[in-house]
Design a protein around this ligand. Sequence first.
Ligand code: CDV
Length: 331
Amino acid sequence: MSRILTVAAAQLGPIQNAEGRDVAVQRMVRLMERAHKRGVELVVFPELALTTFFPRHYHDDIAVADRWFEPAMPSNETAPLFEAARKYGIGFHLGYAEIAQEADETGLVRKRRFNTSVLVSPEGDILLKYRKVHLPGHAAFAPQRVVQHLEKRYFEVGNLGFPVIRAPMGGLEGINMGMMICNDRRWPEAWRVLGLQSVELVMLGYNTPSINQEAGGFEAHHLRVFHSHLSIQAGAYQNACFAVATAKAGIEDGCELFGHSIIVNPQGEIVAMASTWDDELITADLDFGLCTLGRTTIFAFDQHRRPEAYERITSQVGAVDPPVWSKNSAK
Ligand code: CDV
């Protein structure tokens, strides 16, 4: 019996620094309305969808940046999204900056900031929360950069792992759903941890600049998009799951974000792709029966994985140099 869910990647065009959450939320509600008209059951919004991608802006006093964070979800400002979910019977995925009053690893309760996403049911319940693990960029102001990327300043590393939940969505009794955020998509470990929980649908949002400043600005535009798609397509294929990857796009605070949101099937094929830098809805019907082929053949983990050979993956962070060959040491 086929298990089909109609999903949308709801790409957002730029949200300027001066624009309030009300502007972003109104645009998102309009996208949910359009999604409903197309029979969509689950909408995926981007990373940090409520504001500009603020890690490009430096503040000496980090508390000044609090205006970009949400101390509660839902809140008065985000409530219209939850109302739209209930009105249209649509689930949604939302990325936002979270402030939590929470104990840290020493037990101290303090203000903590995370780059977070939630999965919300059509009834308005939060089904799953994820906090970004792979934070790119830097923590201190970098004078050599034209644009800052201060995720390591504004966020702590996510402390929820890579969770997967089985929950009803659309007309289906249960789908195994997980999340990652932006830079996580480039790390095969993130995909595999989700894959090891039998994930069927990975949702992810991203804000990716068209220019790679780490590479001195040199990395061709088409390669930036290629590397993003390559990572998502490989992750979906190697873990026999679907992926909905949604961008924020266009010129935001003078910086270009490359867009190119995609929906990918378990064969690693792109089944829908955005073609603008604006608010844009791309949709697909996902048949979760398509996950079976990969997970019962090439990627039947229980039959073929060899964790005893993967020890370095969890015990080591940076790469080490290999031993140097010499005639005497060769065996
Ligand atoms: N928001 C991100 O995580 N962006 C990174 C950029 C900085 C490389 C990304 O991986 O797309």
